[in-house]
Design a protein. Structure first.
Length: 338
């Protein structure tokens, strides 16, 4: 029974709203770029690099992330990264994606228009070859708050060229609360950008409250620690604020204890508007199909899983007409029984 369910879910075209391009790039790609760009890695062989790339703990994860990004030395490298990302999403049957780009690292190292052109080129190539639609949401690394104005300018210009749909906030939550980014977010909203933020992952429920109040975000990245605050859960239920849940990431980073069921069950049962996502799939040895599989193992039914997928359409920043098209595609996968 479980096997049939897994097969059915794998066949279902999916929508994903919380995935980082850099975290969805294979270790091999970074390795060959490092060789090509003569960047010294802390390892000597591809085997060792793959081992280094595997998740160990949070501080190692940050080290992997920054080492991987450091091998990107030209705008062409970003074009390649973007094109590869289309391939990656298409391979996992993800027909529409809203994806984060770690913009704080880009704006400090490359001229703005050069990198925008490279992204545009990568998007064009990727779409031509793999036919899946992707909208990008560059994000500010909250631990590099000095980059926020430059990132906003980058997003506004990219949005004018039709490349980006919104602004995000990622990186280390502790010590960098949402309010530090209030003005930049207000300006982003005035420029008709969609706004989202990671909150309630490493930091508690208060960070979710603050992201909503100070940044007026339209979706919450992770958000699982809302469960620490009953009133907040009630607010999220009433407003149907979309939450981008990434179970494997939470287990890897120790936000959820590996012996426990993932709190998405409680969130779903409380009537919260959840979606399911892979976050940094290559770094956490996961992918979106595996995330669904994990929920099957934890007792989610077919109907519930297709609802989570439909929720991602509803919570996306697509136009109403585009949403209707995706609902139509997903209708073929509606269940009549379980
Ligand atoms: Zn994330």
């Amino acid at each position: 029974m479980e096997k049939i369910l897994i097969e059915k879910i794998e066949k279902m075209p999916k929508i994903e709203l919380h995935v980082h391009v850099e975290g969805a790039t294979k270790a091999e790609v970074f390795y060959s770029l490092a060789k090509q760009n003569r960047v010294k890695l802390p390892v000597n062989t591809i085997k060792e690099w793959k081992h280094f790339f595997e998740f160990k703990d949070f501080s190692h994860f940050i080290r992997v992330y920054t080492t991987a990004v450091s091998v990107l030395k030209s705008s062409e490298d970003y074009a390649l990264l973007i094109e590869n990302f289309y391939k990656y999403q298409a391979k996992h049957n993800i027909i529409y994606t809203e994806a984060f780009l770690s913009a704080s690292f880009m704006v400090e190292r490359f001229p703005r228009d050069e990198i925008l052109e490279a992204i545009e080129y990568g998007m064009k190539k990727g779409y031509e070859k793999y036919k899946c639609k992707i909208n990008f949401i560059p994000d500010i690394a909250r631990n590099i708050p000095s980059s926020q104005k430059k990132v906003l300018d980058f997003v506004i210009q990219g949005n004018k060229r039709g490349l980006f749909v919104g602004l995000g906030l990622g990186g280390m939550e502790d010590g960098y609360p949402p309010k530090l980014f209030k003005e930049v977010y207000a300006k982003a909203r005035r420029n008709k950008l969609h706004v989202v933020a990671h909150a309630g992952e490493a930091a508690g429920a208060e960070s979710i409250r603050e992201a909503i109040k100070e940044l007026k975000v339209e979706r919450i990245g992770h958000g699982i620690r809302c469960l620490e605050d009953k009133k907040l859960v009630e607010y999220l239920r009433k407003t149907q604020m979309p939450i981008e849940v990434s179970p494997t990431s939470n287990y890897c980073l120790g936000i959820v204890n590996k012996n426990e069921k993932h709190p998405i069950r409680q969130m779903y049962d409380a009537g919260l508007f959840c979606t399911i996502n892979s976050d940094d799939p290559e770094m956490f040895s996961t992918n979106l199909n595996k995330e669904y599989k994990l929920l099957i193992k934890q007792g989610f039914s077919y109907n519930e899983l297709i609802q989570l997928n439909k929720n991602a359409v509803g919570a996306s920043f697509l136009s109403n007409n585009e949403k209707l098209n995706y609902y139509k595609i997903l209708k073929h996968y509606d269940a009549v029984d379980n």
